[in-house]
Design a protein around this ligand. Structure first.
Ligand code: GLN
Length: 192
């Protein structure tokens, strides 16, 4: 199994390291051609406007939409997956029927860490929020997996999983494991 990590901008190396901790090969993806070598794609945190613009420039928006790759977006990656981005017309994949509010915690609390209860995981995960978005609307097909102070911060729809926080910045690999187990069928069971 080889998992792609979109490597145009942002925290892509940290995702590759998280995959390595699970014994899974991560591969940097920069071009449409790179998509052919991976079984899923992680969209990292960073700056969603820059990531979206570069994806558009390299033809990756159409190629990823047309692919059937399972997708895991974290922070900026969540924004790129959303159909609606409040107050912005920036390029996006728009594959999840939801609206996001960028930099939601902005003025009060730019960055913070907090315990997040995740549906399906016995213990909470440490949520690292950095200029994080929240989901402000979810369509009927979106399953909410975690909230923070009432706001949706982890959800899934179809082949997409999206987190407002950064699991790749902690030593805890359970969300990456969950993505592989639930979305990428050939996940090796001995790593569970
Ligand atoms: N605020 C950033 C954006 O709008 C996301 C921040 C992050 O990915 N850590 O793209």
């Amino acid at each position: 199994m080889r998992i792609g990590v979109l490597a145009l901008q942002g925290a892509f190396r940290e995702h590759i390291q998280a995959l390595a901790r699970l014994g899974v090969e991560g591969r940097e993806v920069r071009t449409v051609k790179d998509l052919a070598d991976v079984q899923a794609l992680i969209l990292p945190g960073g700056e969603s406007t820059t990531i979206g613009m570069l994806m558009e420039e390299y033809g990756l928006i159409d190629a990823i939409r047309e692919s059937e790759l399972p997708l895991f977006g974290t922070c900026a990656g969540m924004i790129v997956l959303a159909r609606d981005i409040l107050g912005s017309s920036q390029p996006r994949l728009g594959l999840m029927d939801m609206a996001v509010d960028r930099n939601h915690y902005g003025r009060q609390r730019e960055s913070f860490e907090t315990e997040i209860e995740v549906t399906g995981l016995p213990d909470g995960v440490r949520g690292v929020f950095i200029r994080a978005p929240v989901v402000t609307r979810t369509g009927p097909g979106v399953e909410i997996l975690a909230r923070h102070q009432g706001e949706v911060v982890l959800c899934q729809e179809g082949r997409c999983l999206a987190a407002a926080f950064h699991p790749e910045l902690t030593a805890d690999t359970r969300l990456h494991r969950m993505f592989l187990d639930r979305f990428v069928t050939k996940a090796p069971s001995h790593h569970r």
